[in-house]
Design a protein around this ligand. Structure first.
Ligand code: TTP
Ligand code: MG
Length: 588
């Protein structure tokens, strides 16, 4: 089956190395030479490379880590403010290099960039006679801004690597003679931009990153992780199989084939489980055909599920294709075209665009986790603390200095809804071994206008919001006087409406009108039940992504932190849940 691709784009993926640890190192450079670990609850969520050299790894018990490295310096990383701030600062820095606004954040420490226009512009200016001494223009309007580079070869490692490659290494000669000439040249030029940006990031900001260069978000992210840390990898063409040849001539297929299926974004815990089980079942019962499978859907859940399975193993199973994948992966809650989508992913297909960055978040949420929260007195105290943080964040992220006459600050956007979520602990016996995430319950209501009063103190506003609104929302969520045992409280403001005409692409709604109608709603004090709200982006399974792309929405990072691990009690940001779950499932 022919799989069409959007190969004309050039996409970079940046992943900062040991991000949380690097944030502390950037604040205190002396830490760089010491083994450094960031602790949340009793877990080392990340550690720097000095610590990794001494045998430490991410997601290790603090106790164990100290045993391995008694001189370990441990810093506390439960307050995410510094990581969020650093992430925003680095995003702005990286964005400043890129011409298009297609710069998308994924979680705190990953960024995708669409640099197609910059690369094409620079290819247009290449001078065949001085390729060794080319100049990469970073500014279309100022020809002096840029850097010198050697356009006869790629910057940094490639996949396949120059030494192991059956195909020729990434040089301009191959770029100009290969059948996929322009693709080769685009990737070669992009690899120099990636190298330059990495060095600027390190020298100007003190952070190192691992970068992937390819034509889609999926491939750029996957190939980037081949050489870690502080390095980059370019996925070389050919990207298409030779016209009459076998699939193995495509470097995309060869690269994808070697990956464990769980590594592929979009194939999350659930899908990987079903695929592994299917492979286990197929191995046990001999070659399987589509009609075998059609005889009984139980095949999909039989078999040994502990084995790692590669993309190649799945792809080459007898009868494998979108139809069989639909049989294996379909079912309640799965998108109808799950088979086609996963078949595409196994072939490295991801047509999703790098999304333009927004500087106004879609929502702001603050939460905390608790070992035990059982009395109304404690709830009120915690709600007040969280609400004060929320209002502080609203003021930081949603206001700007007023250049006109009038008040000193103005709101750039107004959230319309206030949402309170809690997560009650289920009784122990109700909790099967596979339940990794407890459900949240939440209620929403119109956000009262007084919250936007900048002249009022944050503490007074927080007290008022809790007394007049949040406590009553809480009682509606938990009508019983006691007996509930909460593991989490989250307060969020959502349904952001940008102030008229301020933001590019803003639909310029009339805020005054909106608030007048909101007053009416408020006076009736209606509370909307949002029911059992599943954790957003809790896993990377495609069936959690109704849009059909394997990517989280970068703007939704405001939901971070995500959830508490039941096994170790650590607070895990949503984007890190998968890696964290793998940590617990890995044998010691
Ligand atoms: P990662 O990108 O997984 O890790 P990293 O950037 O620390 O290290 P690497 O060099 O291997 O990329 O996660 C980004 C940050 O997310 C990490 O610095 C700490 C945080 N995190 C958690 O808080 N809990 C977790 O379980 C994981 C995996 C990460
Ligand atoms: Mg990282």
């Amino acid at each position: 089956m022919a799989i069409p691709r959007k190969d004309h784009r050039v996409i970079l993926h940046f992943d900062y190395d040991c991000f949380y640890a690097s944030v502390f190192e950037a604040e205190q450079p002396a830490l760089k030479s010491l083994p450094l670990a960031v602790q949340q609850k009793q877990i080392v969520v990340t550690c720097n490379y000095e610590a990794r050299r001494r045998g430490l790894r991410k997601l290790q018990l603090v106790k164990e880590a100290k045993k391995i490295c008694p001189e370990l310096v441990i810093v506390l990383g439960e307050d995410l403010t510094r990581f969020r701030d650093a992430s925003k600062e680095l995003y702005a820095f990286i964005k400043s290099f890129v011409w298009s606004d297609r710069v998308e954040r994924l979680g705190f420490d990953e960024i995708f960039l669409d640099v197609t226009d910059m690369v094409e512009y620079n290819i247009g200016l290449l001078n065949k006679n001085t390729l060794h001494d080319s100049f990469f223009h970073l500014d279309r309007h100022d020809p002096t801004v840029g850097f010198v580079y050697n356009a006869t070869q790629c910057h940094g490692p490639t996949w396949p690597s120059a030494s192991t490659s059956a195909s020729a290494p990434c040089t301009l000669t191959t770029a100009l003679t290969s059948s996929s000439t322009s693709l080769h040249l685009r990737l070669l030029v992009a690899s120099h931009l990636a190298g330059y940006m990495r060095s600027q990031l390190e020298h100007q900001k003190g952070y190192t990153a691992t970068v992937g260069v390819s034509t889609s978000k999926l491939l750029a992210k996957l190939v980037g992780s081949v050489h870690k840390p502080n390095n980059q990898t370019t996925l070389l063409p050919p990207y298409e199989p030779a016209e009459h040849g076998l699939g193995s001539t495509s470097n995309i297929l060869r690269f994808m084939d070697g990956l464990e299926i769980r590594k592929v974004p979009g194939i999350g815990y659930k899908l990987a489980h079903k695929l592994r089980a299917y492979v286990g079942g197929a191995a046990a019962s001999g070659p399987t055909t589509l009609s075998d499978t059609e005889l009984g859907s139980d095949t999909a859940t039989a078999g040994d599920n502990s084995e790692e399975v590669t993309v190649k193993q799945i792809r080459l199973l007898p009868g494998m294709g979108p139809r069989l994948l639909n049989k294996i992966l379909g079912g309640a809650g799965a998108p109808k075209d799950i088979g086609v989508r996963v078949w595409g992913l196994l072939h490295g297909v991801d047509d999703s665009d790098v999304l333009a960055g927004r500087d106004i978040p879609t929502q702001i949420s603050i939460e905390d986790s608790y070992g035990k929260l059982t009395t109304l007195h404690e709830v009120k105290r915690e709600l007040t603390t969280l609400t004060a943080s929320l209002i502080r964040r609203m003021r930081t992220d949603l206001t700007e200095q007023n250049v006109d006459s009038g008040p000193r600050f103005r709101w750039r956007a107004h959230p319309k809804l206030l949402r309170l979520s809690t997560r009650p602990r289920p009784p122990p016996e109700a909790d099967g071994p596979r339940t990794r995430i407890w459900n949240r319950i939440s209620r929403s209501a119109a956000l009262p206008l007084y919250v936007f009063n900048i002249d009022e103190s944050i503490d007074a506003l927080a007290e008022k919001l809790v007394q007049e609104h949040l406590l009553s929302m809480f009682r509606k969520l938990h009508p019983e006087k006691f007996g509930w045992n909460l593991s989490l409280l989250n307060i969020a403001v959502t349904n952001m409406v940008e102030s008229a005409g301020e933001q590019r692409g803003s639909n310029g709604r009339d805020i005054g009108k909106m608030f007048r109608s909101q007053e009416r709603v408020l006076s009736e004090w209606t509370v909307n039940e949002s029911g059992n709200e599943p954790l957003a982006n809790a896993d990377t399974d495609l069936d959690n992504h109704p849009t059909g792309t394997p990517w989280e929405d970068g703007d939704d990072e405001e939901e971070i932190p995500g959830t508490i691990c039941q096994t170790c009690g650590a607070l895990i940001p949503t984007f890190a849940l998968v890696a964290h779950a793998q940590y617990h499932s890995a044998p010691d």
